[in-house]
Write a protein that binds this ligand. Structure first.
Ligand code: HEM
Length: 162
């Protein structure tokens, strides 16, 4: 894992956490007095999340795989939620449910369901990904021995990379 990739990871995940938090601030208290500050901060964190996401994709040479297109749709949905909450506070319960669903789908995509798509070469990346056996540094749950249940579509990664 290069320093750049580590930095992109931190920015990406932190920005997603802040964006989600601010969205729930808008859900909890959609008052006009806070609207401008919350929307500005959520806009900035939304931008940072997507820039770092593409940064990661570029550094891993993923191209534009299907799972990332799904994540992009989730990110877009998450990014507009706070604005809708201020405009239509009566819809907040439904918006909260949709937001949680979007987050679950995005996390499921990155941890369990990477499917191919346009210009994908995640298989080469997966082969190159350090496994607990090789333990070649890096961040993320997988590097502390956690292994996701291999989805039927994902070929389990072996130390030999087959
Ligand atoms: C709601 C939206 C999103 C959520 C919740 C989310 C969450 C995450 C998380 C938690 C990781 C770290 C995975 C790990 O520990 O290895 C990650 C990695 C990543 N995300 Fe996102 N993300 C979102 C949107 C996006 C978007 C819009 C893009 C692309 C523009 C993107 C591209 C990536 C890439 C390329 C990685 C690296 C995957 C790898 O480790 O091989 N994500 N994302």
């Amino acid at each position: 894992m290069t320093y750049d990739q580590g930095t992109f990871y931190i920015i990406h995940v932190l920005a997603i956490i802040i964006l989600s938090g601010l969205t729930f601030v808008a859900f909890a208290n959609p008052v006009e007095a806070q609207r401008r500050k919350v929307l500005m901060a959520s806009g900035i964190s939304s931008l940072l999340a997507v820039i770092a996401g593409f940064g990661l994709s570029g550094s891993f040479k993923y191209g534009f795989p299907g799972w990332m297109i799904v994540k992009l749709v989730c990110w877009l949905g998450l990014s507009v939620m706070a604005g809708i909450a201020y405009r239509k506070p009566q819809k907040i319960p439904a918006l909260a449910g949709i937001t949680i669903a979007l987050l679950i789908i995005a996390l499921y995509m990155v941890y369990f369901q990477r499917f191919s798509g346009v210009g994908t070469n995640w298989r080469r990346r997966a082969k190159a990904r350090p496994t607990p056996q090789t333990n070649a540094g890096g961040i993320g749950l997988r590097h502390c021995g956690w292994q996701p249940n291999p989805s039927p579509k994902m070929k389990p990664i072996t130390a030999a990379g087959n």
